[in-house]
Ligand binder design. Structure first.
Ligand code: AMP
Length: 416
């Protein structure tokens, strides 16, 4: 027997209401803030991701689904959503539109990770990007939008973690201070952090191993190494967030896993000990990415959240979601002629926009009503030979079991 590949999941009909709810809230939130939907291909040229995310990141070094297609092209299943949106922005000349250009996506994401609760090899992200404006007001808007999106599910206990990792000019000074600090601790760091020390020192700060976490707690803080412009940007942002009454927590260990971030980085985490491993969503500013991909210098800021994690938290917090689809009407035909009549009636009712399922296979009335019940139909319409002859049907309210005879011509109005 085949199984879904490790780290992937089927989304069964009974789970669909959660997903539809999330998609609906995503679209509604985007409308409130003026973001338009964009869909990009599931795979892209490998170079797009390698260049933008960073060769030394976990994603590029270990997690990409990369293969050569039959034409000899190196392609990669999308491991994140921002780079494809920026590629599309450049490819279609969206830079000529009024800025910021605001785009959102809902798409599957592929990363070869070690599967565990809330961590998959194929997951789904809702993300949005505001491209072409460097104002801290836009950072505040992107954060506010994420907060409002989660609040729309009535999720509670979330925390907003915030940091600034400065610009390219600030980076060398900070990295120098960081390496000087960590030089004394190398022997106690985990083997991965010893590699990070050489290749990607910023990532030393977000190692989740207890010993590394303790060492990181006392490390120099990025916000102490910001140039005046980055410092001003950050203080304007925190001012706006305060004004918006968004309860942010300054977290100097927050660096995010992709190289393209500059200045603002933020995450929204659920309550609990594993909060950092089960982050609901994160984002930040990436002022050089568009340029790096061949465009004009273009500041931008964005956010992405994992749909599976939202479902997990909705369930954990016992939040009710709209019930799954239920057919309005089940038609039970008993006897040869009645079945033909049932098929005709079903077509008519569907033509009027009423959802209908009709029984089949010459089953007994009892069996058909049992089926109607298990499908959750609101009404059953029963047609036997007597009803066919008299141009009537029996209308049964499935909740109360009350039945009445209704003229066929009046049925649509009664169901309406
Ligand atoms: P990232 O692109 O790593 O910043 O991820 C954005 C969000 O996507 C995270 O906050 C998670 O909610 C979700 N996410 C990332 N990786 C996974 C994964 N492997 N499985 C499920 N959700 C994920």
């Amino acid at each position: 027997m085949y199984k879904a590949p490790r780290g992937t999941a089927d989304i069964l009909p009974e789970e669909q209401p959660h997903w539809r709810l999330i998609e609906q809230k995503a679209a509604e939130t985007c409308q409130l803030y003026g973001y338009e939907r964009i869909d990009t291909p599931v795979f892209e040229d490998t170079g797009l991701f390698a260049r933008s995310i960073g060769e030394e990141t976990d994603i590029v070094a270990k997690e990409m689904y990369t293969f050569e297609d039959r034409g000899g092209n190196q392609v990669t299943l999308r491991p994140e959503g921002t780079a494809p949106v920026c590629r599309a922005y450049l490819e279609h000349g969206l830079a000529s539109r009024t800025k910021p250009v605001k785009l959102y996506y809902l798409s599957p994401i592929f990363r070869y990770e070690r599967p565990q609760s809330g961590r998959y090899r194929q997951h789904h992200q809702f993300g949005y990007e505001a491209i072409g404006d460097g104002d801290a007001a836009l950072d505040a808007e992107v954060i506010d939008m994420a907060w409002r999106f989660f609040a729309s599910f009535k999720l509670t206990g979330l925390s907003l973690q915030l940091n600034s990792i400065g610009c390219r000019q600030d980076r060398p000074g900070y990295i120098k201070a960081l390496k000087a600090y960590y030089a004394d601790h190398l022997a106690r760091l985990c083997p991965d952090c010893n590699k990070r020390y050489q290749r990607n020192p910023l990532r030393l700060l977000d190692c989740k191993k207890p010993i590394c976490t303790r060492i990181a707690a006392a490390a120099p803080q990025n916000t102490d190494y910001l140039c005046p412009e980055c410092g001003e940007h950050f203080s304007r942002l925190t001012g706006y967030l305060t004004q918006l009454k968004l309860p942010f927590v300054l977290n100097h260990r927050l660096v995010r896993g992709l190289d393209y971030y500059t200045r603002t980085v933020f995450e929204i985490q659920p309550e609990g000990e594993e909060a950092a491993q089960s982050t609901l969503g994160g984002g930040g500013r990436y002022d050089h990415l568009i340029e790096q991909l061949g465009g004009q210098p273009t500041p931008a800021v964005g956010f992405a959240t994992g749909l599976e994690r939202i479902v997990l938290n909705i369930n954990k917090q016992g939040i009710a979601v709209p019930p799954p689809f239920r057919p309005a009407v089940f038609i039970a035909g008993v006897g040869g002629e009645a079945v033909a009549e049932a098929i005709k009636l079903a077509a008519n009712l569907r033509g009027n926009g009423t959802g209908v399922i009709h029984g089949s296979g010459g089953r007994s009335l009892k069996a058909q009503l049992r089926q109607a019940n298990s499908l959750g139909a609101r009404h059953a319409v029963i047609i036997g030979e007597h009803e066919v002859a008299s141009g009537t049907v029996i209308l049964r309210n499935m909740a109360t079991s009350e039945q009445e005879t209704v003229a066929l011509k009046d049925l649509a109005a009664r169901l309406g």
